[in-house]
Ligand binder design. Structure first.
Ligand code: NAP
Length: 454
């Protein structure tokens, strides 16, 4: 792999040099083992440890089939789906791989005794399978995490509706937390030239999800002037939702859980911030009963910040814990848009506040290729910036996953795969110089808070 990295980093090398090196037979990867899937049975989620389930090992290199591309992964990122994978919750991901493999053909390769996890990457195209037209060996790319096959009519209006839509590296094998990764050509996007490998690797999944959830007509269709309540506003999704709201002329009302995270929300440019930790909201009196007085207290706080206005959009993902409050505080005719249920799938809300006030609940999931392309374009233009707070080497993926599982991270956590150090991969230093202050703002603020060197 050393020659490969040298060829990628050398300013004099050409794609033919990379092609001449050929493809290694095996590569290092962060994997789960099928034999381990029962290891956490009966153990509460909070007590499950990713270091028990995530292994770093060599695996055989898959051959790219028609329409597929093998990528040399310079850097990757940990997403919350990696947390679910590592905890074997709510179901082991091997269930998805087995189901996928039953389609036969190329899909059958995905059912293995190991699962290479990870749904983001920044890297270089190493080898294209038959029929790939747009991408070539040597192209610098990031990967969109949605795999589709589009043989059915259903996916042709919005590819997220394709019956064979899957999240790569979660519902498919050969993911991004590795030295090599296998993707479909229709997942690739150009890497932003002004970003380092690790900066480029982190926005993909969350930025495209937040873009669809908040901006496009498939989601909330945000417009200028909207008040947007954003839960977890400096977490993975939230740190992009906050930036998208600001860039789109809306007003984010950022909910976070500590004064440190409130400072990070301000570093992103937000002015209206609610520290749910300090203000002590308890929307559930006990595990079965919500407390509408707490919804009202939360709504009053929002009005205090906005000068008396309610929110047009709630950017939801905590789920059970917050959903009742989210429905309550949305303005008449407003939208609650949800993509997850971190704190529990079964939501309860008082339906009178929904129907009498003509509110809408919209479900959304990741993004189609077009939406991902547009979201990536905002990154490439420097309108939205990566919120990388920390990187780990590939050998430390379990620790990186643990930090997210414990909610100890800020923004996004990156992983160096083939990149030997941080700071490599920039091909447009002029654009970088223009955005340097904004690129460093979040990282520096996060580093100061956690005492880690930026
Ligand atoms: P993350 O980086 O952990 O950020 C989530 C933030 O939500 C946390 O930092 C926390 O912020 C806040 N939060 C957590 N539990 C909460 C609770 N009980 N009440 C209020 N706030 C809470 O994770 P993420 O990447 O943003 O992902 C969030 C969820 O979305 C996960 O379940 C993930 O699987 C899902 N997701 C779905 C899609 C999709 O396409 N459907 C895509 C990406 C992510 P504070 O502590 O500061 O409040």
């Amino acid at each position: 792999m050393r020659e490969l990295v040298e060829a990628i980093e050398s300013p004099d090398s050409v794609p033919a040099d990379l092609a001449a090196l050929g493809v290694p037979d095996s590569y290092r990867a962060a994997v789960l083992h099928k034999a381990d899937t029962a290891m956490f049975d009966g153990v509460p989620l909070s007590e499950r440890r990713p270091s028990d389930s995530v292994h770093i090992q060599r695996v055989p290199t898959p051959e790219p089939g028609p329409g597929e591309v093998l990528v040399a992964v310079m850097a990757s990122a940990v997403n919350y789906n990696t947390v679910w994978s590592a905890l074997f919750a709510p179901v082991p991901t091997f269930t998805f791989l087995e189901r996928y493999a039953r389609l036969g053909g190329l899909a059958a390769r995905h059912d293995r005794p190991y699962h290479v996890i990870g749904s983001d990457l920044a890297g270089v195209v190493l080898k294209c399978g038959p029929g790939v037209r747009r991408w070539h060996t040597g192209d610098r790319v990031v990967a969109h995490c949605v795999s589709v096959d589009l043989e059915d009519a259903e996916g042709h209006g919005d590819s997220m509706l394709d019956p064979e839509q899957r999240i790569w590296g979660f519902e498919t094998n050969f993911g991004g937390l590795a030295e090599l990764a296998l993707v479909k050509a229709t997942q690739l996007l150009p890497k932003a030239g002004h970003l380092t490998w690790e900066e480029a690797a982190v926005p993909g999944l969350v930025n495209s999800t937040a873009y669809r959830q908040l901006v496009t007509r498939n989601g909330a269709g945000m417009k200028q002037g909207d008040n947007v309540l954003i839960w977890g506003a400096v977490g993975g999704l939230g740190s992009y939702a906050t930036q998208l709201a600001l860039a789109g002329g809306a007003t984010p009302i950022c909910v976070v859980s500590s004064p440190e995270k409130a400072a990070l929300a301000r570093a992103l440019g937000a002015e209206l911030v609610i520290d749910r930790g300090e203000e002590g909201y308890r929307f559930w009196r006990d595990p079965h009963t919500q407390d509408p007085r707490e919804w009202r207290r939360f709504g009053s706080r929002i009005r205090e910040l906005t000068g008396g206005e309610d929110v047009d959009i709630v950017f939801e993902h905590p789920g059970r814990e917050t959903f009742g409050a989210s429905v309550y505080v949305t303005r008449k005719g407003g939208t609650i848009v949800t993509c997850a249920s971190t704190a529990g799938y079964v939501h309860e809300y008082d339906n009178r506040y929904l129907w009498m006030s003509l509110k809408r609940i919209i479900g959304t999931h990741c993004a189609n290729y077009r939406e991902a392309w547009e979201a990536n374009r905002l990154i490439a233009k420097g309108r939205i910036h990566p919120t990388l707070s920390r990187t780990y080497p590939l050998g430390d993926v379990a620790r990186a996953v643990e930090s997210i599982h414990r909610n100890e991270h800020h923004g996004k956590v990156g992983v160096l795969c083939l990149a030997p150090t941080e700071g490599l991969g920039v091909t447009d230093p002029e654009l970088r110089a223009r955005h340097e202050p904004a690129l460093h703002r979040f990282r520096h603020a996060a580093a100061q808070l956690s005492g880690v060197a930026a």
